[in-house]
Design a protein around this ligand. Sequence first.
Ligand code: C2E
Ligand code: MG
Ligand code: MG
Ligand code: MG
Length: 286
Amino acid sequence: AAKSEGRGNFQFFSHAMNAATHERLLLESRLWQALEQGEFDLYLQPQVDLPSGTLVGAEALLRWRHPELGMVGPDRFVPIAEESGLILPLGEWVLQHAIGLLGRWQTLGLGHLRLAVNLSARQCQGKALLAQLDVLLAAAGVDPALLELEITESAAMQDPERSRALLQGLRARGIRVAIDDFGTGYSSLSYLKLFELDRIKIDRGFVKDIETDPNDAAIVSATIGLAHALGLDVIAEGVETVAQADFLKAHGCDEAQGYLFAPPMPAADFERAASAALDGPVQAVA
Ligand code: C2E
Ligand code: MG
Ligand code: MG
Ligand code: MG
């Protein structure tokens, strides 16, 4: 009954509704069901050591195989999941799946590879995360140091005191912590003092015009210097050209990720490429 009623409402509003609202309804109405139906998947994007070009790990990026819309990226549904609360069970699914992959890699001769997972703001504020991680890592027999959690500065700064405690708990377990999309929030640098971190991830917005925009070049090289001065590692995201990679390398950036090396890909493809890359630099992946 609720379904036919919803359809009626949809008809009624459809004239005034813009395309974005229409899509939102299509996504929202299936989101909870999607988790039960197994419509989510994790794609993996390689992360590369810049000086040597070797593969060091991957970032797990969520995908939704929507039966009507096809493959849907997280920018379209994570905000909805965040608002509706589904992000908590979905985030737990992501962690379980990612840690399962790490466990699998131990048996495939890929036990040296790290996996980075994105955390949502709500996951950072909830109380369940540390206990979930303890259970999942123990069950999979995975070294916590192989797991990295990415948190944006805006998510971390929603409740700085709580985030500080969470990151401390993560680091106490040996789990790595990275600040994602560094430099795109509106927070001051003081949080770098407050939080225990392993590394900073330079947002692709700064990398994009690194060769042509002197301001971006200055921001990137200063960020690398700042991170290193604080004892943190740096990875750049969104690296698409050899010139960008060369700039980053010349300025001491530790690692990189981007279409130049490889796009996000299904786990099986990543595992195949990673096994092939055991014998040489990561060019083999692209
Ligand atoms: P992010 O964590 O900053 O991830 C990087 C995004 O840049 C990914 O988009 C990736 O596909 C894209 N990318 C990678 N290399 C390049 C490149 O060379 N050029 C360009 N133009 N783009 C590149 P994606 O997969 O659409 O993810 C978007 C955002 O969704 C992520 O941004 C992250 O904030 C969020 N997200 C992804 N997976 C999860 C998840 O499991 N949980 C949560 N809470 N958020 C997630
Ligand atoms: Mg990320
Ligand atoms: Mg990012
Ligand atoms: Mg980004």
